[in-house]
Design a protein around this ligand. Structure first.
Ligand SMILES: Nc1nc2c(c(=O)[nH]1)N[C@H]1C(S)=C(S)[C@@H](COP(=O)(O)O)O[C@H]1N2
Ligand SMILES: [Mo]
Length: 320
């Protein structure tokens, strides 16, 4: 957030009311990961554990996760923070930043509940105790444009582990903040709110699945989903739900906003797939913001090696 974008909160700040900057300015907790960091290794071990494999930290470090999409140049901050889909504020991508500028939801809390042994509530202080890493990911919107975004954040698996999922948990449901007073244009968006999303539990625990708290080493701008949002780099952008207030573990596939709005066009999985077209346009190519011409879209957005095992034996036309 730039200084001129910082909302004026007045004088009644409580200790829990820290700005998201504390999430990345805490140098002790900031880990810059160029290829593979220790915490990513630990997360991968936890992921294997949940999948019924024996945790083995040294084996995890053998995994060569593409934490950097290093062959690609990062999209300029002006584009990442100036061309947004955040329908609560506006359906005009170039208007979202201005409409979200003065939004101040107050002290933030995320609840992790549902089929867990220990429901948790995280405020920003508790979240700031989690080590932040930089992850440079490709980001592909279902509309056919893409960016490369240097996120700051931590693997979602670390939040979920703390709540101790029950063995009956199979899915994870996410919910965005919603306040129709603060978001008056939402009623013209044509989709239901609060925005909701979901993942299968194994997708949620995958080490590439990130809870992002910043980009370009600064706190998330409001328009990108402050103070904390999901990033699932192998799925279309609408799965990466913004400004999350609740994460619930369930045994049923949770409802997802775009599937509720237009079920014939948007499924639950929504993996980036150049061979399965949207009913109204091709998904074979994409426009990388800042480039001329089109690039070919990559299977699972270029993360095929890391995630294709999640969908072994599934018909990706049926589970679109
Ligand atoms: N709560 C909420 N989350 C959301 C959306 C939204 O409208 N509301 N739009 C989605 C879509 S379609 C995309 S492409 C990405 C855009 O993220 P960005 O603006 O940070 O690039 O956010 C996703 N998450
Ligand atoms: Mo999107």
């Amino acid at each position: 957030m730039n200084d001129d974008e910082k909302p004026d909160k007045g004088s009644q700040l409580g200790p829990e009311d820290v700005t998201p900057e504390s999430l990345y300015l805490n140098r002790r907790n900031f880990l810059r990961t160029s290829i593979f960091g220790a915490s990513a290794a630990a997360t991968y071990a936890a992921y294997r554990y949940v999948r019924g494999e024996k945790p083995n930290l040294s084996a995890a470090t053998d995994q060569n996760l593409p934490i950097q999409a290093s062959e690609d140049r990062s999209t300029p901050i002006e584009a990442i923070a100036g061309y947004n889909n955040f329908y609560e504020f506006s359906t005009d991508k170039e208007e979202v930043a201005e409409k979200a500028r003065n939004w101040n939801p107050g002290p933030w809390k995320i609840h992790v509940d549902g089929l867990v042994e220990q429901p948790q509530t995280f405020d920003l202080i508790k979240l700031s105790a989690l080590q932040q890493e930089e992850r440079i990911y490709r980001f592909r919107c279902v509309e056919g444009w893409s960016m490369v975004i240097p996120w700051l954040g931590f693997p979602l698996a670390r939040l979920i582990e703390q709540a101790k999922p029950l063995s009956s948990a199979k899915y994870v449901a996410f919910e965005s903040y919603f306040d129709e007073q603060a978001m008056p244009d939402a009623r013209r968006a044509g989709i239901p709110f609060p925005y909701v999303e979901g993942l299968r539990l194994d997708e949620a625990l995958h080490p590439l699945t990130l809870m992002a708290t910043g980009l370009y080493k600064k706190a998330l701008p409001n328009q990108n989903g402050a103070p904390i949002r999901l990033v699932v780099p192998w799925k279309y952008g609408f799965k990466s739900i913004k400004s999350i207030v609740r994460i619930s573990l369930t045994d049923q596939e949770p409802p997802t906003t775009w599937n509720l709005a237009t079920p014939s066009e948007y499924g639950f999985y929504s993996n980036v797939n150049p061979t399965v077209d949207h009913p109204r346009w091709s998904q074979a190519q994409e426009r990388r913001i800042g480039e001329f011409g089109l690039r070919p879209t990559l299977m699972f957005n270029g993360y095929e090696k890391e995630v294709s095992h999640l969908y072994a034996g599934m018909d990706l036309r049926k589970f679109f």
